[in-house]
Design a binder for this molecule. Sequence first.
Ligand code: GLV
Ligand code: MN
Ligand code: MN
Length: 412
Amino acid sequence: MDIKDLRINGKRLQQSLENMAKIGATPDGGVQRLTLTDEDKAARDLFVQWLKEIDLDVTIDDMGNIFGRRPGTNNDLPPVMSGSHIDSQPKGGRFDGILGVMGPLEVMRTLHENNIETSRPMVIVDWTNEEGSRFAPAMVASGVWAGALERDWVYQRTDINGKRFGDELERIGYKGDVPARKWPVHAYYEYHIEQGPVLEKEGKQIGAPKGILCLHWYDIYLEGEANQVGPTPMEGRHDALCAAAEMILKVNHLPESMGGNMVATVGEIQNYPNSRNIIPDKVHFTVDIRSWDDDHAIKAWENLRNDFETIAHQRGCPIRIEETWRVEHSPFDEKLVQRVLKSADDLGYPGHYMVSGAGHDASYMNQIAPTAMIFVPSIGGRSHVEVENTTWEDCEAGANILLHCLLKSANE
Ligand code: GLV
Ligand code: MN
Ligand code: MN
């Protein structure tokens, strides 16, 4: 068979995704598979079983990253790599992350059953904790692997119940012996749903992002003074939740006041003691700022920080700020991006050059290897929600692009 005519099996890809969606399934059609939980473990176990079924050489490193390696005809050459993540958001969707793991698995199965050899080895990967929802920050395991983050710092990160990342990794049995450390990679492709509205609006089936926005995360802690809400007069209160409320609106108005390319969000808040008749004396909330322009995002943060300090002072609520995480914007390898668009053209799928607003392990991979991504449309532009959806036809199209991009890179 001419390799140009090779296609993945769309039905089998659908079945893999449907089987994975049963693990951590939520009543409203989504998935809750938070990192390092029993659900994450169950999905990992199934994934490892599938890797072994097609004779891949499986390695698990000390960040819990799972690699499946398919030898090439010249194993001295750096491999091509593709993967994403098995973990999900709380009440997340059935496609975010897992499509980028089941996609390359389907590619490997297709190569396996057709006895196709490549000159370079091919590696599939599941990166631990891409979401950063249970343990902040996100993308930590690709970050450690790429040498951008410290393993022991990540091990000490705690979830909302005080459980530590390192302990939970050990508990589910995925703390491997091999150190998480980069090796030379010839090309990395990450396959993912778009998670935004652009492809649907443009009527395009394949997206080729030129890169990913920078991601800056902050944690804000406020101290107030608790008291009985009835007898305590309004004047002189130190209400930590009211201080937070003012600050949250500042975050929401930040992109408009700064101009340029930017989004800013408060997505998480804890209020204590969280009783309707006690003035709140402790609040924690998060800030997420993203832009294509790192300096612009930092300038925005400096302005915001000044506003936060003013509000904290006016309300008599001392503030503590943690600058939790920054990943620079990631301009991808233009040759690989163009390869995604060319493959779309060759296979008859309309392609679109764009930008990724969502964060991906591809950000850290881009720091050490030529990297690109393949996007397929998200219905209604919805993601990180239970109704997150992508048609099976689009899932198949994206996996075919992945197949041909990987083949081209693996044979050069
Ligand atoms: C990753 O899911 C992100 O926050 O973009
Ligand atoms: Mn994702
Ligand atoms: Mn996500």
